[in-house]
Write a new protein. Structure first.
Length: 446
């Protein structure tokens, strides 16, 4: 049993590093509104994670990793959600930890206010209107050290800075910006990462067994095995937009979603594109076996309040039987779930679209299907942006039963961008956004 098994609300007192952590989750339950028309998706449960000091959480897992949490609470567990077997229980995954952006001399700098934070797998239970932490597993290197959430490579990843963006923080080749999670039949976990982008296999207790990265990444200095087994075209991933969605098909194969279109041949082309990619990976063969072109809807269809195509992202993919997937298209304010089938004849792996010199690139095509690209067909299942009670920035989706989904938001650890994220004492000015698990009932099931 983890030290994170029971709960409390925020108490303004210090918690000794390494001491057992009590966790309380309690906030308001949102019941479906009376008079919701039949045939419409609706929220049937809302549960919220209470305030858990981040330093106490981290130090209970790996003593001494966080010296000062700057008043930040545990958050970010909404990077993904995966059923844990028992009713109401799920595995979730944090991302790289609290981070933001501050402009200094006109240039944005990426801040890491709690650089000692280590990404963790967090098992939760939805109980009434509360999200309770049942267990937490730190992600560690082969020698048991924290991987951290810090960027890997100078010149490829954003340079890390302190909370006020004034002091550089060291890169760490072991660092992971974890996003998607599934659990294998043997109890181990598969995760995806935005830095590499990477597919990571970790043991049941969180030790990195292998990190699979694109060919040519040349990531050295890690304290775990790194295998270049992914297509080299992924080296063109947009910064902070590597892999985010991960699904496990019934036979054990994995589907990895690139969050945004690749920057091919350049940044502007990627920003304007609506075509991203899904990859199929065989754990048995330890290789990518298929690649698919996925086409976003126009941004103002996904989110009527948005006109910037670069805000489109895939944050979650969910296996729903056979070769079918739910794919979440989103902005930070809206999300739509599409049903797709991974047809064998849609495989583009190893073809001209994996050649970074192809012109025009896949990302530059205004109509890929008209150019002979077998774009995955899709069907809208639900527009979450129209469902009352669903929060913004949904990053994780799990299937509860035939007609119910659990969705979880990423609250960014309560952080905002800009110099006002912290007060004059260097303590977080919390955004007030909580981590919430929301159950959505679908009228016709999946």
């Amino acid at each position: 049993m983890s030290p994170h098994a029971t709960g409390r609300r925020r108490v303004h007192r210090s918690v000794a590093a390494g001491a057992p952590l009590a966790v309380l989750a309690a906030l308001v339950v949102a019941s479906p509104a009376a008079g919701v028309p039949a045939g419409e998706a609706r929220v049937v449960r809302t549960a919220t994670l209470g305030d858990i000091p981040l330093g106490a959480f981290s130090n209970a897992l790996l003593p001494g990793t966080v010296g000062d949490d700057r008043g930040v609470d545990l958050g970010g567990i909404g990077s993904d959600i995966y059923p844990a077997g028992r009713q109401g229980e799920f595995w979730t995954i944090t991302d790289r930890g609290p981070n933001g952006q501050i402009k200094v001399d006109g240039a944005k700098r990426r801040t890491f206010p709690v650089p000692g934070f280590d990404p963790a797998i967090v098992k939760i239970r939805v109980s009434g209107d509360s999200v309770k932490v049942l267990d937490a597993i730190p992600i560690t290197t082969a020698s048991g050290k924290p991987v951290t959430g810090l960027p890997n490579q100078e010149g490829r990843d954003e340079a890390p800075y302190s909370y006020d963006a004034r002091t550089p923080v060291s890169y760490n080749p072991n660092g992971l910006d974890t996003e998607g999670i599934v659990r294998a039949a043997d109890g181990s976990f598969w995760l995806v990462d935005e830095y590499g982008p990477s597919l990571i296999h970790v043991s049941a207790r969180g030790k990195v067994l292998t990190r699979y990265v694109p060919e040519g990444l040349d990531l050295t200095g890690t304290d775990y095995p790194v295998v270049e087994a992914l297509p080299s075209v992924l080296l063109h991933r947009k910064i902070n937009r590597g892999f985010e969605g991960l699904a496990q098909l019934p036979g054990g194969d994995l589907v990895l979603a690139v969050q945004s279109p690749l920057s091919l041949p350049d940044t502007d082309s990627g920003e304007a594109s609506r075509t991203t990619r899904l990859l199929r990976f065989s754990p048995k063969k330890k290789a990518v076996t298929a690649e698919y072109a996925y086409r976003f809807d126009p941004v103002d269809v996904v989110d009527p309040s948005e006109d910037d195509t670069s805000e489109l992202k895939i944050s979650s993919v969910v296996a729903v039987g056979g070769n079918r997937l739910l794919v979440e298209e989103r902005t930070d304010k809206a999300a739509r779930l599409q049903l797709v089938r991974l047809d064998r004849d849609a495989n583009i792996l190893g073809g001209r679209w994996d050649d970074g010199t192809t012109s025009p690139s896949l990302e530059q095509l205004d109509d890929p299907a008209a150019s002979g690209v077998p774009v995955l067909a899709k069907r809208l299942v639900v527009d979450l942006g129209t469902v009352a009670g669903v929060p913004g920035k949904i990053e994780g989706v799990a299937r509860v039963d035939h007609d119910t989904l659990a969705v979880i938001n990423d609250n960014d650890f309560g952080m905002t961008d800009g110099a006002g994220a912290f007060d004059t004492q260097g303590r977080l000015v919390d955004s007030g956004v909580e981590t919430t698990v929301t159950y959505v009932r679908l009228p016709y099931g999946i």
